[in-house]
Design a protein. Structure first.
Length: 333
């Protein structure tokens, strides 16, 4: 889900004499299923790959609060509002964990955040679609968080220790989000005809973007081989996408919904659900900034950053005041 921005060529070569021996030790550590920690030697390409992936993951959590925040004041009950608010707070926490993990690789979160605000950094394409009805909140929990779980559970065994440990808590919370979303969809599908139609419409609009979350096909994924060899990724994009489809289609059928894919069918021989062709041109267009909500998502984040400037300045001033008071007190003693 959060490796879409990795599909760019990395042409820099920072290898140095003597690295070959350390590289052998590095790969042996990974092959033995031991963790690489922040102070361990690592190839520059490994570090850059992690920075790209973890920062995109963090950016996606931060931007991903917006589509759901759109419905906070319009949730159909106090219970739904409280649950949605808790979920959005979880996503903010996930962003915090991930920025902290990225910082262990020698990059400042302010730098990463500036890349997001400038549009240089990528985030998951799924968050550039609008939430038009309450059913969209249900389908985001069911499909989007469901796809996130499919991606993130293997990351708990990522070779880089700080990232793997952060993902353990993230996955526990995402599992709750997925169940919450499915419960919303179940309630709608058991409701009135209009409510079930709303659920069907949401599925129609979000199904294909959800499949795109896993990134390009294996044949077009530039960094996938290195990421698998370094055990940053445990499964290829297509493998994860197939697992998601196999798990999700029976859930949708149980709801009494139909999927917007005429080619979708169960292959009895393999036991897998076969699907139609994904519109990769749409994927590339949205990822490049041409989606229905790209401009609005970034504009809102920039405005929020500007509006919160006085809070950050006040916090820094207060911290400096306390530091000066401590210096004065120590000097007096």
């Amino acid at each position: 889900m959060y490796t879409q921005a990795l599909n760019t060529k990395d042409t820099s070569d920072t290898s140095r004499p003597g690295d070959s021996a350390r590289l052998a030790v590095f790969q042996a550590t990974i092959d033995a299923e031991d963790k690489i920690e922040a102070n361990d030697w690592m190839p520059e390409a490994y570090r850059r790959t992690l920075v790209r992936q973890i920062s995109q993951h963090a950016h996606s959590e931060v931007i991903g609060m917006q589509p759901e925040g759109n419905w906070l004041t319009r949730a159909p009950s106090l219970r739904r509002k409280a649950a949605l608010l808790a979920k959005i707070q979880d996503e903010a926490g996930h962003g915090l964990y991930l920025y902290a993990a990225a910082e262990t690789l020698g990059v400042r979160r302010e730098e990463l955040y500036a890349q997001l605000l400038s549009g240089k950094a990528k985030y998951s394409s799924i968050f550039n679609y609008p939430t038009e009805t309450w059913a969209d909140i249900g389908v985001i929990g069911w499909l989007v968080d469901g796809a996130a779980i499919m991606n993130q559970i293997p990351l708990c065994r990522c070779s880089y220790g700080p990232y793997a440990r952060a993902m353990i808590r993230v996955c526990k919370e995402e599992s709750f989000h997925q169940r919450q979303g499915y419960e919303i969809m179940l309630t709608l599908c058991r409701g009135t005809a209009a409510q079930k139609a709303m659920a069907q419409d949401a599925l129609n609009r979000w199904w294909w973007p959800a499949l795109m979350m896993f990134g390009p096909s294996d044949t077009d994924s530039i960094h996938s081989a290195d990421s698998v060899r370094w055990k940053i990724k445990r499964f290829s994009n297509d493998e994860l996408r197939q697992r998601f489809i196999d798990a999700t289609v029976p859930q949708g059928l149980h709801l009494g919904l139909t999927f917007p894919d005429p080619a979708l069918r169960l292959d009895e021989a393999s036991g897998h659900w076969q699907h139609g062709e994904i519109d990769w041109a749409e994927f590339k267009r949205v990822l490049a900034g041409g989606g229905p909500m790209n401009a609005q998502r970034l504009a809102h984040r920039r405005q929020t950053e500007d509006d919160g400037a006085w809070v950050r300045e006040a916090a820094l001033a207060f911290a400096e005041k306390r530091r000066q008071a401590k210096v004065t007190r120590v000097a007096a003693e």
